[in-house]
Design a protein around this ligand. Sequence first.
Ligand SMILES: Nc1ncnc2c1ncn2[C@@H]1O[C@H](COP(=O)(O)OP(=O)(O)OP(=O)(O)O)[C@@H](O)[C@H]1O
Length: 256
Amino acid sequence: MVATLQLTDVGVRYGKQEVLSGVTTPLLKGGEVTAVIGPNAAGKSSLFRRIAGLLDGPGVIRIDDAAHQAGQSHVCYMPQDTSVNTVLTVYESILLARKQGAARKVTDEDLEEVDRVLYSLQIEPISFKGLHELSGGQRQLVSLAQVLVRTPKILLLDEPTSALDLHRQVEVLALIRSLAKDREICVVLAIHDLNQVLRVADRVMVIDAGTMVTCGPVDTVITSTLLQNIYKVEGRIEQCSRLCRHVIIDGPLGRA
Ligand SMILES: Nc1ncnc2c1ncn2[C@@H]1O[C@H](COP(=O)(O)OP(=O)(O)OP(=O)(O)O)[C@@H](O)[C@H]1O
């Protein structure tokens, strides 16, 4: 059974303040990557926390996957803030994440999955470092490892590449894309870099000022009109000689 996620009229309130409302999506399916984009403070992280069950609010979040039906959850959420306050090593933290909500006994399969994730993110060299000793980018990779090791069916990633250098960004997004396809994971990720969105996403959800503006195929959403209306910049989407589309920014629009 391919995992699916669908939101109907979903919103978020902090106390009496409504920061997000009316988010309704098509059926998001395993195998697809949906990028969530929009300006700062638009409501993207709040939406992720709401889908992950960390916040209450109006609306219906429908998750269908075999594990979910069985009362477990294969929804994994990586928050934007990856700061830590613990004495665990990288390896221990990933193994602990793997065992979250599962039987305590560590199996060979658990250890193999930890090794697989360390290898796929190329972080074996820091396996036995303390989390408090890591750089910001290393911490972000370890956070990603902590969700991937749980073999999720629905993966919510809040700006998973914001602290990574260009090489790591390209590598991690390619990994996310291939995991989505190969393991039929339904990936939803917030990301600010629109060129990376063009590389990785099948679908784009645009959140602006607490509402969902659109949710559709990447080519129809990332347009010069979006750059103007949502980001207030003048720009173009151009195709290079390898037929890949790129965002070219000409400059900020003048203030009205
Ligand atoms: N814990 C909180 N209590 C009250 N208001 C909050 C809380 N967290 C976020 N907000 C408010 O909710 C709104 C949306 O914030 P959110 O973090 O969801 O935005 P975002 O789109 O993820 O932004 P960014 O791109 O800057 O990460 C903002 O106005 C923010 O001030």
